[in-house]
Design a protein around this ligand. Structure first.
Ligand code: ADP
Ligand code: ASP
Ligand code: MG
Length: 453
């Protein structure tokens, strides 16, 4: 289909009947929106993750299942056909209960993914029914038929070429029909049909992957704020929406903690040059942000972002002096554990790196103790937790004078633990104590993004 728009709605956008009705309005306003991707209703994924932890006794298990049921039942109460819809949700919750019991015996990421996928399965079922109730043709589609991933449960890797072939066969023909197709974000399946997930917040990425494989003209991310702001408006109420951002700026923001977009979202969009729109499903009239290859205005300071729970690892060894291959050895070990390093700084005898403890669906840290044992075999290892990474995002940063002075003079009361600057002209990042991070963010925002306005 030409000019296809894919609309993704996050958890708060499908939290209840009223929110879901706003989604229906947004979708039906644009005749090009034929594919709808939804997250689980707000709060449901967290409850399912708790069930999957295996730590719930039977009373707790039933309490959580009742909570999950109540969230969906409230929607059903306004949908009509209550008996039919309740039976569907109860059937899904029956599977959830069985998996939760299994998890108490052995918790695995495979069970977690299967269990947690029910959040998206239930919300997509109900919103499809809501489209129908409001007189629109809609069809539920199981995304696992096309969203092929590897078997890295908890944070699977999307297999783009397979997704493209499967989409061509199973999904694109449906988009030629006159129904709105509704499907799930976040979940996929491996080659043996086991359910996988793309990691927390992964529905944005699902929408972008489907945008790529369906040759969409636009990808719309509908959420609870009218666009991408100069920083998280929950942390800094004076933050302002940004009308236009480049792919690079948006990708840096997402990578460095702007939760509004999953960090991988821009990857498929950039590959196929698909503009991404971010807006509020509750207040679509407020406008939003267009993310495109280039923008007219490219300020030195565009936004600030914060990523909490960073782990700093300092590796030191006198053998590093004049030696070659030390960094290769260290990075080889990180690669073996599938860990990506964010910030790096080196001196003559030491190297400091930061790792993100995880966006795994289970919520568990992806940094195993065995990593440290292995590193300790050839160097001294010091590990620090409870740090936050602050990123200043902008343009031509490494080639503009006064950048560092402006950034650091505004926060000279705080201790900065590590600085990375120069590798990208779009960011300057540093580590601070977690307890000071929000106040650092506010100061920086005030100095760099409010005073110039
Ligand atoms: P959804 O459930 O729709 O995916 P998320 O909670 O994942 O929504 O993302 C939206 C939230 O992202 C906003 O409510 C806001 O608190 C947070 N956020 C973080 N950084 C930014 C930013 N720079 N601009 C806008 N929102 C941001
Ligand atoms: N429901 C999933 C989560 O809460 C995926 C998403 O919302 O994007 O992480
Ligand atoms: Mg999200």
């Amino acid at each position: 289909m030409q000019n296809l728009d894919i609309a993704k709605f996050g958890g708060t956008s499908v939290a209840n009947y009223e929110a879901m009705s706003n989604c229906v309005k947004v979708v039906t306003m644009n005749p090009n929106t034929k594919l709808v991707v939804v997250s689980a209703c707000a709060g449901v994924t967290n409850l399912l993750v708790e069930l999957a932890s295996g730590a719930c006794d039977s009373a707790k298990r039933e309490e959580i299942i009742a909570q999950v049921f109540a969230i969906h039942q409230k929607i059903i109460a306004q949908l009509g056909n209550e008996a039919q819809h309740e039976a569907v949700i109860k059937e899904y919750l029956g599977v959830v209960r069985d998996l939760a019991v299994q998890a108490t015996m052995t918790r695995t990421d495979m069970i977690t993914d299967r269990l947690v996928s029910h959040g998206e399965l239930m919300s997509s079922y109900l919103i499809t029914e809501l489209f129908k109730q409001q007189g629109y043709k809609a069809q539920w589609f199981d995304v696992r038929k096309v969203m092929r991933t590897d078997s890295n449960f908890g944070k699977a890797t999307a297999l783009v070429e397979v997704i493209s072939a499967l989409t061509k066969e199973h999904l694109r023909p449906l988009l030629e029909g006159d129904s709105i197709i509704v499907t799930q974000g976040f979940i996929g399946a491996d080659s043996s049909g086991q359910t996988t997930t793309l990691g927390r917040g992964g529905s944005d990425y699902s929408a972008a992957l489907l945008g790529e494989s369906c040759h969409a003209a636009t990808i719309s991310i509908w959420t609870d704020v009218p666009g991408v702001y100069t920083t998280d408006p929950r942390l800094v109420p004076s933050a302002k929406p940004i009308p236009e951002l480049t792919y690079l700026e948006a990708a840096e923001m997402a990578t460095f903690g702007a939760k509004i977009l999953h960090p991988s979202t821009l990857v498929p969009a950039v590959r196929c040059d698909i503009p991404v729109y971010v807006g509020s499903s509750k207040e679509p009239e407020k406008g939003g942000t267009w993310v495109r290859p280039t923008t007219e205005y490219a300020p030195a300071f565009r936004a600030v972002a914060l990523r909490k729970n960073q782990t700093l690892i300092v590796l030191s060894s006198p053998k590093m002096v004049g030696a070659t291959g030390f960094l290769a050895q260290v990075f080889g070990i990180f690669a073996k554990y599938n860990l990506s390093v964010d910030l790096v700084s080196t001196s003559e005898v030491s190297i400091a790196v930061t790792l993100d403890a995880g966006t795994q669906t289970s919520g568990l840290s992806n940094i195993p103790e065995s990593l440290f044992h292995e590193l300790r075999e050839f160097c001294h290892v010091k590990v620090e937790h409870d740090l936050s990474l602050v990123a200043v995002i902008g343009n031509n940063m490494a080639r503009t004078s006064h950048i560092t002075a402006e950034v650091f003079s505004s926060i000279d009361d705080y201790t900065v633990r590590m600085i990375c600057y120069g590798a990208s002209s779009h960011n300057l990042c540093f580590l601070v104590e977690q307890s000071e991070a929000e106040s650092v963010l506010r100061k920086l925002h005030q100095r760099l993004l409010e005073s110039a306005a």
